[in-house]
Design a protein. Structure first.
Ligand code: HEM
Ligand code: HEM
Ligand SMILES: [Fe+2]
Lengths: 150, 478
């Protein structure tokens, strides 16, 4: 680089640029949180309701069984098994179909095929997970995924 | 080695390589599970193998960064490390915690591990890359604080250079942004939004400061180019990193329930993120061309140049490939993502850690460079690993393009599993590339056991003259 462009100038661009764009990012973050109530389906999350508690439990079960280690949820996670952000829609808006699927996984898997483990959830836990997935499918994701297959 | 306390870097480097081997073995297990679905089922389900694969990756890179810092900071600051003892204690704390966590993943079901470690009290588990039990996360914070304290005291009492300053900023940023791992609300959109403050602001933010400073250090050492020039480059590179990369976080906010204006912010700024990677490549080649010495450690120079090129390919080119919102709409969460993740992590972070190991370990073992034979084997491992990683990436990219077409783009979309069956061939090829990668890794490990060192008499006159450069004009022309 030419001599006219000094190290001090480069340093100032670094500090100034970083500060400016970080502050801009914080401002956008702030605005995002103002906009979120319109999109994130939070009305079902109210912890004073039974439904809200169920969804919270469902999310905890989702995490404590590391479902994201095989599946994606809104496109994030692992790519070994289907997207589940829209599974409620894919299963014809049926919680029972979701519960039935999870419940019916053979403990030893399907020979030669990718298989989902049998988690031995109670009926109450199954319901919590299904409610959580139903909640996820109600988030406004700007029309993603492109079709119901996820 | 100029300062006795630089020795504490050694256990960190050894542990990094051990965990690297573990990472790759579990990668291969998963690679096979992709095509032989019931392989090791239900003993090691895919999600368990994946946690081991990604978590050992992150921990060994952190080990590598820490080793690099313990080696580099005393030399840059021209003083002994504040407390070598603290550094060694923290090494064992970190290594044992990592070992216990991996053992936990493998020996008990994940839900049981969550229960045993009290996840319900402060739930942070079960999110990608952040699967560690909450107490392990707290342990990481403790280790990071002790580490930063130790280095900070060293920097304060010694010479202050741009390289050490940038490294410190990167490491402090690493610790600060990890704190978002402790925030896990029930609201899925908020959970995801803040999760990226750790993950994206790490790999496309503060980690690039660490990458830049280690690269600058190695280049100063192997080329003997004037520090002033290298430091100017370093500043301008990291300026571009943060100017583009911070708002670039928006490329993860397209489809997770966040406002749609992120499609603009994210696309525009992340499309500029390849610039600093490109500058790194130009920088590295420029410095090597302008070198004022021929360092006997050819392997280290090769890793440094390779790192700059592959980081540009993996992060810059493969990142750009799917970063514009209209493209990402189709590729989001497919094998394209996995392809990019592999080449970017390998090119940028694996290779920079291997570069500093390659430079520092011979010196820590009392020689300026390894003997001819060891270096040749190391360079073979460079080519085996790098070329096989490029092929692994190409196969995943092919799988990804087909997946997008069959499942998301065609008029008659197939279901996920039906699509997977159709692209099986590419998963077999990916597995094959992985086996060759393992071969390269075996050669790499073997190269440490090849005896012999480069004697001073083997060096040419230019090499001898500048054998101990510090990048200052006086040292090189003396
Ligand atoms: C033998 C070589 C390797 C094989 C066979 C392999 C295989 C895999 C597989 C199957 C996955 C899971 C993909 C999914 O979720 O469906 C994965 C994830 C991952 N691997 Fe590897 N891997 C290998 C080497 C590496 C190396 C060397 C690195 C680091 C540079 C790496 C970094 C990662 C990362 C970051 C992820 C998460 C990717 C994402 O979430 O997009 N792997 N690997
Ligand atoms: C060394 C730097 C980088 C590393 C280590 C890296 C690694 C990764 C990884 C592991 C993921 C997958 C995350 C997940 O599991 O959900 C990812 C996603 C992504 N990366 Fe990077 N990346 C880097 C730089 C870049 C750059 C410079 C760009 C853009 C030019 C980029 C664009 C993207 C995009 C768009 C995604 C989201 C993919 C999706 O929608 O599924 N990355 N990156
Ligand atoms: Fe990113």
């Amino acid at each position: 680089m030419s001599q006219a462009f000094t190290k001090e100038m480069a340093r100032n661009i670094f500090y100034g640029g970083t500060a400016f764009f970080f502050l801009l990012f914080v401002a956008l973050t702030f605005d995002t949180h103002l906009e979120l109530p319109k999109r994130d389906n939070r009305q079902v999350l109210d912890p004073s309701t039974e439904l809200g508690q169920k969804i919270a439990q469902g999310k905890m079960l989702w995490e404590e069984n590391n479902c994201l280690g095989c599946h994606t949820l809104l496109g994030e996670g692992a790519y070994y098994a289907p997207e589940l952000g829209n599974v409620y829609v894919r299963f014809n808006n049926s919680k029972d179909a979701i519960k039935g699927f999870i419940k019916s996984r053979p403990a030893d898997g399907v020979p030669g095929r990718r298989s989902m483990p049998q988690f031995n959830f109670s009926d109450e836990e199954l319901d919590a997970i299904a409610e959580f997935l139903k909640y996820a499918s109600g988030i406004d994701t700007a029309d993603w995924p492109p079709n119901v297959q996820g | 080695m100029k300062y006795e306390s630089q020795r504490v870097a050694m256990p960190y480097f050894v542990a990094a390589i051990v965990l690297f081997v573990a990472q790759i073995l579990f990668g291969l297990i998963m690679g096979l599970q992709y095509v032989v679905g019931d392989f090791l089922f239900p003993e090691i389900p895919f999600n368990v193998a994946r946690m081991v694969h990604t978590n050992t990756l992150i921990v060994w890179l952190l080990m590598g960064f820490m080793g690099a810092a313990y080696y580099l900071i005393p030399e840059e600051c021209e003083t002994e490390l504040h407390s070598p003892k603290l550094a060694l204690i923290m090494f064992w704390v970190f290594f044992v915690a990592a070992g216990l966590t991996v053992a936990g993943y493998l020996l008990v079901p994940y839900a049981r591990l969550a229960e045993m470690t009290g996840n319900a009290i402060w739930p942070t588990m079960g999110r990608e890359f952040l699967e560690q039990p909450t107490i392990t996360k707290i342990g990481i914070v403790v280790v990071a604080l002790a580490f930063l304290y130790n280095l900070g005291m060293t920097v304060l009492k010694g010479r202050k250079t741009v390289v050490s300053l940038v490294l410190m900023m990167g490491l402090i940023g690493l610790a600060v942004f990890f704190l978002f791992a402790f925030y896990n609300p029930t609201n899925l959109v908020k959970d995801k939004f803040w999760w990226w403050w750790t993950v994206h602001l790490w790999v496309e933010g503060v980690w690039e400061l660490i990458l830049g400073s280690i690269l600058a250090f190695v280049l100063i050492k192997v080329t003997g180019v004037d520090r002033e020039i290298i430091e100017k480059w370093l500043y301008i590179i990291i300026a571009m990193v943060l100017i583009t990369g911070i708002i670039g976080t928006g490329h993860h906010y397209y489809w997770i329930g966040t406002p749609e204006y992120w499609q603009w912010w994210g696309s525009i700024f992340s499309a500029l993120e390849p610039i600093p990677f490109f500058m790194m490549t130009v920088f590295a080649f420029n410095m090597v061309n302008k070198r004022r010495r021929n360092h006997p450690n050819k392997a280290a120079t090769l890793w440094a140049l390779g790192c700059a090129v592959m980081a540009f390919l993996g992060a810059g080119v493969w990142g750009f490939l799917h970063t514009l919102a209209p493209v990402n709409y189709y590729t989001h969460g497919t094998q394209i993502t996995a392809a990019h993740g592999h080449l970017a992590f390998y090119g940028a972070y694996v290779m920079i850690v291997l570069a500093i190991i390659s430079y520092a370990v011979p010196i820590l073992r009392g020689r300026e460079a390894n003997g001819e034979k060891a270096q040749v084997i190391e360079m073979w491992s460079f080519w085996l690993m790098t070329v096989s990683m490029v092929f692994l990436t190409l196969f995943l990219t092919a799988a990804g393009i087909l997946q997008v077409y069959l499942q998301r783009y065609s008029d008659t979309p197939l279901a996920f599993m039906a699509t997977q069956d159709k692209i099986e061939l590419f998963y077999w090829l990916r597995f094959l590339a992985g086996v060759i990668f393992l071969g390269g890794l075996v050669a790499y490990v073997y190269s440490f056991f090849v005896p012999g060192e480069k004697k001073a008499s083997d060096m040419g006159p230019v090499e001898k003259r500048a054998a101990d450069t510090d990048g200052s004009p006086a040292a090189a022309s003396a």
